[in-house]
Design a protein around this ligand. Structure first.
Ligand code: AMP
Length: 279
């Protein structure tokens, strides 16, 4: 496995990779969720590239950039075990030189949900992902359904900017008790960690209600809200039942596929989770 930092080293290493090339962009501190993307890429592509970069432009000044967990040595060990061919770990100076002034802005699909709660977040995400795509030139890029809106936003960007690559979205990997894996789970204290299973349980209950015939989006939102509000350590930021492609909130009956998604605070830690319902 080759590890490169500079753009020049990356371009040089990229030249000898056999196609198709799969890219797995990450912010590091890897867990089984990230590794599931690497495994999918390994299965489908002749070469696997992973990037590790904690992207400062997708964090607001009040968010956890300075405390975001990092462990490069462990990440590289894990990536090597999964058969990754090339890892790119650019610095902030490489990605954002002092005179940086070009941004990618995806419009409608970035407005609700995470975009509404985290102004500027998706501008940072799309800009860095576009830079990763430009530098690595992958044939396929792998993202997690855990960040469902991010996947929708990237799909839109790929379509709008005519990138010649395929986006693959992999299912959410969960802990044994249902909590979606996330680098941020380590911020939770033991009581919060136990309480955090309420995300999965409330989404599962709503999915079951749908399976039992409930079609009113508002009923499902209400159900999740009540479950979250019953957990004293949880503070719901938003609950959404939206069209899974446009992410527009469904007003009445669910038709086709819907994305049930939410953000919940446990103390200062903000967790997101989601489930697709219908087809
Ligand atoms: P991050 O390092 O948090 O930026 O995540 C890198 C990629 O891993 C993103 O595409 C995430 O959606 C994906 N990912 C993070 N957690 C999970 C998970 N629990 N299951 C599947 N994919 C995940």
């Amino acid at each position: 496995m080759k590890v490169v930092v500079s753009l020049e080293e990356l371009w040089e290493a990229r030249r000898s990779l056999k196609p198709p090339v799969g890219l797995v962009p990450t912010m590091g501190y890897l867990h089984e969720g990230h590794l599931s993307l690497v495994r999918a890429a390994r299965q489908e592509c002749a070469s696997v590239v992973a990037s590790i970069f904690v992207n400062p432009t997708q964090f607001s000044p009040t968010e956890d950039l300075s405390t975001y967990p990092r462990n490069l040595k462990r990440d590289l060990d894990l990536l090597e075990k999964e058969g990754t061919d090339l890892v790119w770990t650019p610095t902030e100076e490489i990605m954002y030189p002092a005179d940086f002034q070009t941004w990618i802005l995806v419009e409608e699909v970035t407005k609700p949900l995470e975009g509404a709660m985290r102004p500027g977040h998706f501008r940072g995400v799309t800009t860095v992902v576009a830079k990763l795509f430009n530098a690595v030139q992958p044939d396929k890029a792998y993202f997690g359904q855990k960040d469902a809106q991010q996947a929708a936003v990237i799909r839109q960007m790929v379509q709008d900017l005519s990138y010649k690559l395929q986006i693959v979205v992999c299912p959410i990997v969960r802990e044994a008790d249902g909590l979606a894996m996330s680098s941020r789970n380590i911020y939770l204290n033991p009581a919060e960690r136990m309480a955090a299973t309420v995300l999965y349980h409330s989404l599962s209950a709503a999915k079951q209600a749908y399976a039992d015939g409930e079609r009113q989006a508002d009923k499902l939102r209400q159900m999740v809200r009540q479950n979250i509000e019953a957990e004293p350590l949880a503070k719901l930021q938003y609950i959404s039942c939206a069209n899974s492609l446009t992410l527009r909130e469904i007003q009445d009956e669910i038709q086709g596929q819907a994305l049930l998604s939410m953000a919940v605070f446990f103390g200062k830690t903000r967790l997101i989770d989601n489930m697709l319902i219908g087809d």
